[in-house]
Design a protein around this ligand. Structure first.
Ligand SMILES: Nc1ncnc2c1ncn2[C@@H]1O[C@H](COP(=O)(O)OP(=O)(O)OP(=O)(O)O)[C@@H](O)[C@H]1O
Ligand SMILES: [Mg+2]
Length: 143
């Protein structure tokens, strides 16, 4: 996909020339090589590729959730103009679940079967100060 030099104001996410390196002993050196794409406000972007081609790794890099030993070694990920690769864990945590969400690939492992679904969703809003434990109580117990 062609990338414009100056993303327009309605570009929400811009991944440019991204490389993600795998640790020694992995099945290949780079999980992601020279990947660039943009997502505009209100746009739905589908990334299609064979299994192991790096779709999830690119998404994990956006979320600041790359596994230990896996690192972005080149490129940038601009979200609303801010380079996500330069954020600290604390800054990532402030964005995750508030401005950027991810639905993980394996639904059976994404939700904790020992907790109500409502409690797991309420937790996100509470963590970002958008619901108090009291106002989240109906969601915690009814879903
Ligand atoms: N935790 C990890 N440690 C080392 N290498 C990994 C790890 N997770 C994935 N990889 C490797 O990273 C590469 C990209 O994997 P990724 O999971 O991003 O692929 P994908 O495109 O999402 O595949 P799928 O369609 O199966 O979900 C693959 O070579 C994979 O083996
Ligand atoms: Mg995947």
């Amino acid at each position: 996909m062609p990338i414009t030099e100056n993303p327009s104001a309605d570009t929400v996410l811009s991944i440019r020339d991204l490389n993600i390196a795998l640790p020694k002993g992995a099945d290949r050196a780079l999980a992601v090589e020279d990947v660039s794409y943009e997502v505009k406000r209100g746009e739905i972007m589908c990334v299609v590729g064979e299994s192991g081609s790096g779709k999830s790794m690119a998404a994990n890099a956006v979320m600041g959730l790359l596994p230990k030993g896996v690192n972005a070694t080149r490129g940038e990920i601009l979200f609303e103009g801010q380079d996500l690769l330069a954020l600290t864990e604390k800054q990532h945590r402030a964005l995750r679940g508030l401005k950027i969400g991810m639905i993980f690939q394996e639904p059976m492992t994404a939700l904790n079967p020992l907790m109500r679904v409502g409690a797991q969703i309420a937790e996100v809003f509470e963590a970002h100060g958008q619901l108090t434990p009291r106002s989240a109580r109906p969601a915690r117990w009814n879903c």
